[in-house]
Design a protein around this ligand. Structure first.
Ligand code: B12
Ligand code: SF4
Length: 503
């Protein structure tokens, strides 16, 4: 029997074991390598000593390459730690980074001595072609592999982008390659065994601030209804899945294409959560809403972003303030909780737009108090060839609070500094003053206590009622400043933040 070359696929720690979901990126790569390479999956979310595990595996020898999936933010730190440790142990093993970080910042990803290749966008074919080239010998040219970034004499080279591929929609993920797949099913408000799952690929929109647009450049594809049904039935029968969190970038696409998928979901009736756009929900026919209801959609995460139509236009969102309100109303009347995400403090008018957004959130809470709200700071990312991000270019150059130009990090290590981790996580930006930052934190605390999230299944009902009662006067009189008593109570009640932990 021929033994296949080994490839390590690593998902560096990004969240706690309790919140770990199927590591879809490396599972999808693993499916594509099947039969040609022997992939070993290491998941830092469940193996809390994953750096030692990875170093040990590499030390055992005959590893053709190591693939690391990297999102900016906290995962960058653990990706750097594992890559450095592997480089130190066995410098000759090629280290390949893929995922959101190298897609958005390939230059910075390659500006690190512990990364040899960066894979931009969808990774399956690029990785396979790279592995084949590496197997053929280091001299094999890699300049013709689309989607690959690499170094030539210390200089970063970026091959042309890879065309959108729908091949992965036809492959079933190799869940059995995971150590105890059941540990990835979590108790959430959707069900005691909730699964993270991706049905569709990409998004046909190109909002300027969004990493998905950088990755898919306006392309999208849905799975067939048969494929979706086969997967979900498998998960239900094999693992007893009873809730689904759809990780599709944008679940509700064109209604005509969506209906067959909604019919599958209506048959299975597993409570579900998904990303959606307000315009898609507003334009959905009553027949489709009936399917939505039957299928038990519990919550739709809608990128409301801003109450200002000029900003929505500026970031090419393609939706409006009125559509957000209408979508909230549609959700309310059909028993779906809208989860709205907002981007406050845009550089054009950080204070004014933040206050306007707070007022808008209050208006929405009056309309439909069950609406969930996520507040992020607007943090456009630099793109390759566009140092300060397209939307920022359209307005004015980004400047910090002291009116100095914002200089983005140039290396992976610089992106791992705390202020840039916060930036990637939409928690802070150089143009946000300390006063405004505190105001955002305080408002978020008061709002979160006045309306405790339904997603928090750990906090007791009495705990949530206590928080609600404590916060009500502050919310009512808009006295958001220094809510120290709420912070303390929140800790005691162990209320969690779904922005960080997911459901
Ligand atoms: C699940 C998820 C999470 C989970 C991770 C759970 C886990 N893995 O255990 C959690 C909830 C922890 C999370 C956190 C964050 N996330 Co997140 N997350 C996602 C989500 C919904 C799905 C990712 C996924 O699994 N996709 C499916 C796989 C198959 O696709 P993929 O990861 O893109 O992988 C493909 C390619 O990228 C490439 N690839 C990926 N890795 C590798 C590795 C190699 C070696 C190669 C060759 C190729 C390759 O090939 C893969 C197959 O084609 C995406 C949105 C989305 N739908 O993609 C956002 C997303 C990736 N997250 C994002 C962000 C910003 C974050 C945060 C950093 C900030 C935030 N507030 O959301 C936080 C960090 C929170 C913290 N800890 O403080 C952004 C990244 C945007 C950007 N600017 O680049 C996304 C795109 C959401 C968005 N639209 O803004 N996230
Ligand atoms: S619609 Fe959503 S996922 Fe699509 S590009 Fe815009 S923000 Fe990103």
């Amino acid at each position: 029997m021929i033994s296949l070359p080994r490839v390590l696929l690593i998902n560096p720690t990004i969240t706690s074991h309790r919140h770990a979901r199927f590591p879809l990126a490396i599972l999808s790569l693993s499916a594509a390598l099947e039969g040609k390479y022997a992939p070993t999956i290491i998941d830092g979310n469940v193996d809390r000593d994953f750096v030692s595990t990875a170093v040990r595996q590499v030390g055992e020898g005959s590893v053709a390459a190591v693939g690391v999936t990297v999102m900016g933010g906290p995962q960058l730190l653990s990706a750097i730690a594992v890559s450095k440790a592997i480089r130190e142990r066995l410098p000759s093993v090629p280290i390949v980074w893929g995922g959101a970080f190298p897609t958005v910042c390939p230059e910075a990803a390659l500006n690190a001595p512990y990364v040899d290749y960066g894979v931009r966008g969808q990774g399956e074919d690029t990785f396979l072609e790279l592995l084949n080239a590496l197997e053929a010998g280091w001299d094999e040219p890699v300049d013709s592999i689309p989607g690959l970034s690499w170094r030539l004499n210390g200089q970063a080279m970026h091959n042309k982008d890879r065309k959108f591929s729908t091949a992965s929609l036809a492959r079933m993920l190799p869940y059995d390659r995971l150590d105890n797949p059941r540990q990835y099913l979590t108790n959430t408000y959707l069900g005691s065994r909730t699964m993270g799952y991706q049905a569709a690929l990409g998004c046909r929109f190109r909002c300027t601030f969004c990493g998905v647009a950088t990755m898919f450049r306006g392309k999208m594809a849905l799975p067939t209804a048969a494929r979706l049904e086969q997967d979900l039935r498998f998960m239900k029968d094999r693992f007893g899945v009873n809730g689904i969190q759809f990780y599709d970038h944008n679940f509700f696409d064109r209604e005509v294409d969506m209906v067959p998928l909604l019919e599958v979901l209506a048959k299975l009736q597993l409570p579900w959560w998904c990303f959606a756009r307000s315009d898609a929900l507003v334009n959905l026919s009553e027949a489709s809403w009936a399917l939505v209801k039957k299928s038990r959609l519990r919550m739709a995460y809608i990128g409301a972003e801003s109450p200002s139509d000029w900003l929505l236009h500026d970031i090419r969102k393609g939706t409006s303030r009125d559509q957000t309100l209408e979508a909230v109303e549609k959700c309310r009347s059909h028993g779906v909780i809208p989860e709205l995400s907002f981007m406050v403090a845009p550089p054009q008018d950080p204070e004014g737009e933040t206050e306007k957004t707070f007022d808008f959130i209050r208006l929405i809470k009056r309309m439909h108090p069950a609406t969930e709200v996520m507040i992020y700071v607007y943090t456009p990312l630099p793109r390759r060839g566009e140092p300060n991000g397209a939307s920022a270019r359209m307005t004015s150059e980004l400047r910090d609070c002291a009116d100095r130009p914002v200089v983005f990090p140039r290396t992976a290590d610089e992106w791992a500094e705390p202020q840039w981790v916060d930036y990637w996580c939409h928690q802070d930006a150089p143009w946000v003053s300390a006063r405004l930052r505190q105001r955002i934190v305080d408002f978020t605390t008061v709002l979160g206590c006045r309306y405790p999230t339904v997603m928090d299944v750990r906090a007791s009902a009495w705990g949530k009622s206590a928080l609600r009662a404590l916060a009500s006067w502050r919310y009512r009189f808009q006295r958001y400043d220094h809510p120290w008593e709420l912070r303390v109570s929140r800790k005691l009640i162990r209320h969690w933040d779904p922005r960080v932990m997911s459901l």
